[in-house]
Design a protein around this ligand. Sequence first.
Ligand code: SAH
Length: 231
Amino acid sequence: MNVDPAELQKFSELSHRWWDPAGSFRPLHEINPLRLDWIDQRAALAGKRVLDVGCGGGILSESMSARGADVLGIDLADKPLRVAQLHALESGARVRYRAISAEELALEAAASFDIVTCMELLEHVPDPDSTVAACATLVRPQGWVFFSTINRNARAFLMAIVGAEYVLGLLPRGTHEYARFIRPSELARSARTADLEVDELRGMSYRPLGRTYLLGTDTRVNYLMACRKAS
Ligand code: SAH
């Protein structure tokens, strides 16, 4: 199975603070409006069947549901999924959650979703190509797949690990492993191999002074990629 148990453990241990906007997942809360609008502008979420792969505590899943999408969130870590379920009960969000891998779901539900989102997950799995291929199988022809991950170069090491984990303390130490970062060219190749066309590449950068994030052309550290299923 394409999963690293140590990674699941890491997210499970932190999961009680998933919805604390000032907690360990603060960056996910802060980037969420940006990525949500970006997805919505391209794929028009209202009324769409959406799969959120590696949904964690459900920050993106719930927000897409609030835009009118019919969302299924999947993850392999039990605790974050329970947090997601409890939070949906409290907030009234109508999101379904399942503990299943993208590869396994692809066997039972090929071409079932208009939109697949796979955010901040690829850099935590042993075989990202397999995850990308599963996402491509799960989306319908002409449907959208949105990825986000972290680039691999000296600047990404400095910003995403040294800066974010050790200097600024934005993320718990050990959240990311440099060797698992993925260059946009590598993700693009993986997408094309899976019959996905790359539609757009956007960078996401952090401004420490204003503590703000913005979407732009700087893909050197964090980036997002929008793809469409060819056929
Ligand atoms: N996508 C969410 C959460 C990102 S955190 C967001 O952007 O808001 C990464 C998530 O990936 C965690 O919830 C972790 O449990 C999950 N994860 C790690 N390895 C996984 C795998 N192999 N399959 C599915 N989920 C996985």
